[in-house]
Design a protein around this ligand. Structure first.
Ligand SMILES: [Zn+2]
Length: 268
């Protein structure tokens, strides 16, 4: 279906918790939007300074926050993101710390950029990650505060099983010393609590960019992570479709930007 919106006058704001969330969850969609002329603004609530490091040599002075911020800017450039707003809230404490400040930053971003769509995590935080759930809560509350003038809010979701299949396929193909591991997270945890999506965006053509963006996050890309070395065809198969659901919050009557790039997913 052709896009009915005028991309050149359209802005999409994406709000996530850590560097790499944007690329994993909806890197393809962000790149596809950007390629269509949509201004993509990305807000990241933390600098990811508390995560484990794939290779200490990448952080010679120990300033992980600075290195991860640089990696995020590199990934955003690959995806065609226009503006990156990196916030300094404490990684690991996003659900509880700086609640009014973070709320106000999202409200300000909506006021300044006037997005026609806001994207964030679903209620499940992808795998019940507390920071992700915190960002979902902050974004929901911030968008809700606009009442009937709010931009439409979208949750990006990952159906359960995708990462399990990806890891199984990687395991079958791998002759590497390490067992495939996705950031140390149980593959079945991804999407475990996801509410079914209502539409999907086909990003198979954007897979080289999505993979390149994911691989910009080098301090998070251990050799055991299949995403570091998965072949493009395999990546297309499991990561080539991104899934969304629109929040039922009241919102302004605007042309649905994201849906115009997507296809309905039937609930069965
Ligand atoms: Zn994250």
């Amino acid at each position: 279906m052709p896009a009915r919106v005028s991309p050149s006058s359209t802005t999409v704001l994406a709000v996530f918790a850590h560097p790499d969330d944007e690329s994993l969850l909806c890197g393809g969609t962000l790149a596809r939007l950007a390629d269509s002329g949509v201004r993509v603004v990305l807000m990241c609530g933390s600098r990811g300074e508390s995560g484990s490091i794939s290779d200490r040599a990448l952080v010679p002075d120990g300033d992980l926050a600075a290195v991860r911020s640089r990696e995020l800017l590199d990934a955003a450039a690959v995806l065609g993101v226009s503006e990156v707003l990196i916030k300094d809230h404490p990684d690991g404490e996003l659900r509880w710390d700086d609640v009014p400040e973070f709320h106000e930053e999202i409200v300000s971003a909506v006021r300044i950029y006037r997005p026609q769509a806001v994207i964030t995590f679903g209620e499940d935080g992808l795998y019940w990650h507390k920071d992700h759930i915190g960002v979902h809560e902050r974004t929901y509350t911030a968008v809700k505060s606009f009442g009937a003038d709010a931009p439409p809010l979208y949750y990006v979701l990952m159906p359960k099983g995708i990462m399990t299949e990806l890891v199984a396929a990687a395991h079958a193909k791998s002759n590497r010393a390490h067992s495939p591991s996705l950031w140390g997270i149980e593959p079945d945890a991804f999407g475990d609590g996801a509410v079914p999506p209502t539409f999907s965006v086909d990003v198979r053509k954007w897979m080289p960019r999505k993979l390149a963006a994911l691989r910009c996050h080098r301090t998070q890309m251990a050799a055991s992570n299949p995403i570091a070395w998965i072949e493009e065809d395999d990546a297309r198969r499991w990561l080539g479709v991104e899934y969304f659901r629109r929040s039922p919050l009241p919102c302004a009557a605007v042309e649905p930007v994201l849906e115009s790039f997507g296809e309905a997913v039937s609930s069965q």
